[in-house]
Design a protein. Structure first.
Length: 168
């Protein structure tokens, strides 16, 4: 079985990636990878799919970001509250209805999660979501330890939705 067949047999998922650590004492190649993914500042978030190219990039920047599978409700809330169009204008149901084939942000997010649409389908939508620092802070061990031992960094699965809830 070649890699394309293996990739097609896996379930497709949407992944939210949040930059947690800043740029002090960061290697050049890691900073370049973060710039390619539009994670230029702390608390910036992107939503991508789980193809092998993105997984390789995430593996490279794993010590500076946290990531996991995002669900439908969280994506809708993220688009509604933190989605921005050029000129720092919020994404509203009116804008989506006028400029796309979708009737609302909720309908768009459902289609997006089923891989029937992409973020590019909303014209002038910025690909990055600027989040606030989490209310009540990060986990107990801080931003220098992996999630598996009580910190923030690395893969957290569905736990990303709880963190996004605190940051939206």
């Amino acid at each position: 079985m070649n890699t394309k067949q293996r990739e097609n047999t896996k379930t497709k998922k949407r992944i939210a990636v949040i930059r947690v650590r800043g740029r002090v004492r960061i290697r050049r190649d890691i900073e370049d990878t973060m710039n390619l993914m539009n994670l230029t500042r702390v608390n910036h978030c992107i939503v991508i799919d789980n193809r092998t190219q993105y997984r390789g990039m995430i593996r490279k920047i794993n010590d500076h970001v946290t990531w996991g599978e995002i669900n439908d409700e969280m994506l809708e809330k993220l688009l509604g509250k933190r989605g921005r169009i050029e000129g720092n204008i919020k994404v509203t149901d009116n804008y989506v209805r006028k400029n796309t084939k979708f009737k609302s942000v909720k309908e768009f997010s459902e289609k997006f999660m089923k891989f029937e649409s992409e973020l590019k389908d909303i014209p002038k939508l910025k690909p990055v979501f600027r989040l606030r620092p989490p209310s009540r802070g990060y986990e107990r061990k801080g931003i220098k330890k992996p999630y598996s031992v009580g910190g923030v960094l690395g893969y957290r699965g569905d736990g990303i939705n709880e963190l996004l809830e605190k940051m939206v």
